[in-house]
Design a protein around this ligand. Structure first.
Ligand code: SF4
Length: 724
């Protein structure tokens, strides 16, 4: 037996796209629900159910966490609106051919036209079409019914009437109806909306049935287009409809020399292949024919056959189209001046990977597109937006390379040696050395950011462009530096960013130029290292202490006057106050005690106790808290004298041991001789050792001197390490 497989057998464009939508959602880990079975094929539906796809019959049955996929038949407009009100996540996979009918009937009926629909009244597609009719609509399935409907309309000849058909309506019946209407009702405007896929399938099925002994049709029994295939073949030869290979009956093939095989638009290729192979095994097939060159059945790939049927067109051909629907996997487009339905696969939408189509286009957008290929069998055109964008983009990029214009783009990827940025649909390579102001070891934080860059090099021939973010940064910084030096004044406040630090200070980027905060200006307390106060990258409020515009040096202040501990001390303390202090350090002449952060007072050795003290360590320990009396305050020289002794009980003179002249002293009151007059607290300390509040370690050079050493001219300070 010779078996001929129809070229048009299997998934049509609309079903294939709807299946892609479901597959895409499943691959994203989404929960999927379809309103009714996604296609009229029980095997496919059952496989999907096993993968978690829920089939709901009403919107109320749709799980709240699922994405509702509208199948290729479409639904009445009211259903979509209700789903929106219910806040359901909807993915509309209505076939563009069906969507086109929705548009026609909605527009025409809004203008007052009566709509006549050729089709099956109970079919979901027809119900969906009626759901877009604003006024009266009627459904007919043959010429007689059409005639009776027209005759029932009052003043029918005066009325605006349009006639459309279900996409899978039988072509022959449609032609009969069309002829009748054209003859008797010239006011009826006819829109031939039978899907090309259906028409082609039917034509090929008829042709096969006329030239073969029997026909086998594969597809769901509920599938309208599968049923139509059987109907058109039956008049010409015995025709059998099977859903799967198991339903084949070998008795059908006895004494049969040639068999034709076709399948409905919702039949997956694996089921067709299985039927074909079973027919070969069961009936001792002697030859397998196809319209395409015959292949061994083992080798046969249905997808290959489909691919063969796609004719490549001139890839330079540009068209304009209007976006009709946006799905996660593609964008459907009505191509201006073309009968075919266009679609843009998601990877032909943008040069950026992993885009969400709805972020790029929306329904109603007018697009310029490049034809990738056409499928005459299905009446579809595959289009590309990214290629048109890219072609236009190259012009822009080349012009920018010439003029030095700055472009803006998104960093999409880190690749070997740098990053890729997409601008105007063109991918621009930015080497790592040019990707940032300072060399970054890890470039991944740049991915997803929008960057401005200059094009360094373009090779139109090789479609290669190289850009630099860094060059822009340098120029921008130079411009900012000029602006800053023109306006900067002593006392001016800035918000800057800590750029680097050394042991003597911190460099702060003021936006165009760097200034330096000397370590002594970081805090009112002693600071061992700038990193104790600030960190690299930290935002800081600073003010200009000193300026040298000629040498381009900016000295900054960071510590605030309101935090000056001497100001606080002045208000809160006075001579005579008894306070708790902590011993901070000791010298030969006394102990320094911390009154508050930034202020130490001196307890002279003579004021530690009311007896003679050899060395302060004999009486005190660093860190020890003691009570002391403030005996003197010298704000000008920032000196404070403290006394523990002043708080101690007076010691009785030891009479028997006292020498004669000391015994004399006994006559004087103790206060006059032993405490206050004996040790004037501060004056007795050697000048070089007096507590000049320890703002700057003695070994460090004066602030200004150090600043001069390190504050390089701004240009130099801004210069980054050479990393090319
Ligand atoms: S038969 Fe035609 S109209 Fe129906 S889903 Fe397939 S491509 Fe769309």
């Amino acid at each position: 037996m010779k078996v001929t497989l129809a070229k048009t057998a299997g998934f049509c464009f609309g079903v294939s796209k709807a299946m892609d939508v479901v597959e895409d959602l499943l691959s994203q880990g989404k929960k999927v629900c379809t309103l009714g079975p996604i296609i009229h094929n029980p095997q496919v539906v059952s496989r999907l159910e096993k993968r978690g796809v829920v089939v709901a019959n009403t919107l109320e049955e749709v799980p709240a966490d699922a994405v509702l996929v509208i199948r290729s038949h479409g639904v009445p407009k009211a259903i979509l609106e209700k789903a929106k009100q219910m806040d359901l996540k909807v993915c509309d996979a209505t076939c563009p051919f069906v969507a086109k009918i929705h548009t026609i009937v909605e527009e025409e009926s809004q203008k007052g036209a009566i709509v006549l629909i050729a089709g099956d009244e109970d079919h979901p597609e027809v119900q969906g079409i009626r759901g877009y009719c604003v006024g009266e609509s009627f459904v007919f399935n043959d010429k007689e019914k059409l005639q009776s409907i027209l005759e029932s309309i009052v003043d029918v000849q005066e009325k605006e009437i349009v006639m459309v058909s279900q996409t899978t309506f039988q072509m022959k019946v449609w032609i009969d109806c069309e002829k009748f209407v054209k003859k008797y009702y010239t006011n009826v405007r006819i829109f031939d909306t039978i899907c090309n896929a259906t028409a082609k399938r039917q034509e090929e099925a008829v042709s096969l049935s006329q030239s073969h002994d029997i026909m086998v049709i594969v597809g769901g029994r509920q599938s309208s287009n599968t049923g139509k295939l059987r109907d058109v073949c039956l008049p010409h030869c015995p025709t059998y409809l099977v859903e799967t290979a198991e339903e084949l009956d070998s008795s059908w093939f006895s004494n049969v020399k040639t068999a034709g095989l076709t399948a409905g638009a919702s039949t997956p290729s694996d089921i067709i292949k299985e039927v074909l192979l079973t027919m070969s095994d069961n009936v001792n097939t002697t030859a397998l024919e196809q319209d395409a060159p015959v292949k061994d059945s083992e080798e046969m790939s249905f997808e290959e056959l489909l691919e063969d049927s796609l004719s490549k067109m001139n890839s330079d051909e540009r068209v304009h189209g209007t976006v009709m629907a946006v799905n996660p996997s593609e964008v459907q487009v009505e191509v201006i001046g073309r009968k075919q339905t266009g679609y843009i696969p998601v990877d032909e939408l943008s040069a950026e990977p992993n885009v969400n189509p709805s972020d790029i286009v929306k329904v109603g957008d007018e697009l310029e597109l490049l034809i990738m290929r056409t499928n005459d069998q299905e009446g579809t055109i595959m289009l590309s937006k990214k290629r048109v964008d890219s072609l236009k983009g190259w012009d822009t990029v080349a012009a920018a390379a010439e003029s030095g214009e700055i472009l803006e783009g998104t960093i999409t990827q880190v690749i070997k040696g740098g990053v890729l940025a997409v601008t105007n649909g063109v991918r621009v390579f930015i080497p790592a050395s040019q990707a940032s102001a300072t060399r970054m070891e890890d470039l991944s934080p740049l991915v997803g950011t929008t960057q401005r860059f200059r094009i360094l090099e373009v090779n139109m021939h090789r479609h290669r462009a190289v850009g630099s973010i860094k060059s822009l940064y340098k120029e921008e910084r130079k411009e900012k530096a000029e602006a800053l030096w023109n306006s900067i004044e002593v006392g001016q406040k800035f918000t800057g960013v800590v750029k680097s630090m050394t042991s003597y200070g911190v460099f702060v980027d003021l936006g165009g130029a760097d200034g330096m905060i000397h370590i002594s200006e970081l805090s009112w307390s002693r600071v061992k290292h700038p990193s104790d106060v600030l960190s690299i990258g930290q935002e800081v409020e600073v003010y200009v202490r000193e300026l040298d515009k000629e040498k381009k040096k900016i000295s900054l202040g960071y510590r605030k006057e309101e935090d000056n501990p001497w100001e606080i001390f002045k208000t809160d303390y006075k001579v005579g106050d008894v306070i708790t202090v902590k011993i901070a350090s000791m010298t030969t002449f006394g102990a320094f005690a911390r009154i508050m952060d930034g202020i130490d007072g001196l307890i002279h050795i003579s004021q530690i106790s009311n007896h003679r003290v050899e060395k302060p360590q004999d009486e005190l320990k660093v860190g020890q808290e003691v009570q002391a009396k403030i005996t003197a305050i010298d704000l000008e020289n920032k000196r404070i004298s403290l006394s523990i002794r002043a708080l101690l009980p007076k010691e009785e003179p030891v009479v028997e041991e006292a020498p004669a002249e000391e015994a004399k002293a006994e006559e004087s009151p103790v206060e006059e001789t032993s405490v206050v007059e004996e040790v004037p607290a501060v004056e007795e300390a050697p000048a070089e050792e007096t507590p000049v509040v320890e703002e700057t370690p003695a070994e460090e050079a004066p602030a200004e001197e150090k600043a001069e050493e390190v504050e390089a001219p701004v240009e130099e300070a801004a210069e980054e390490p050479k990393d090319e």
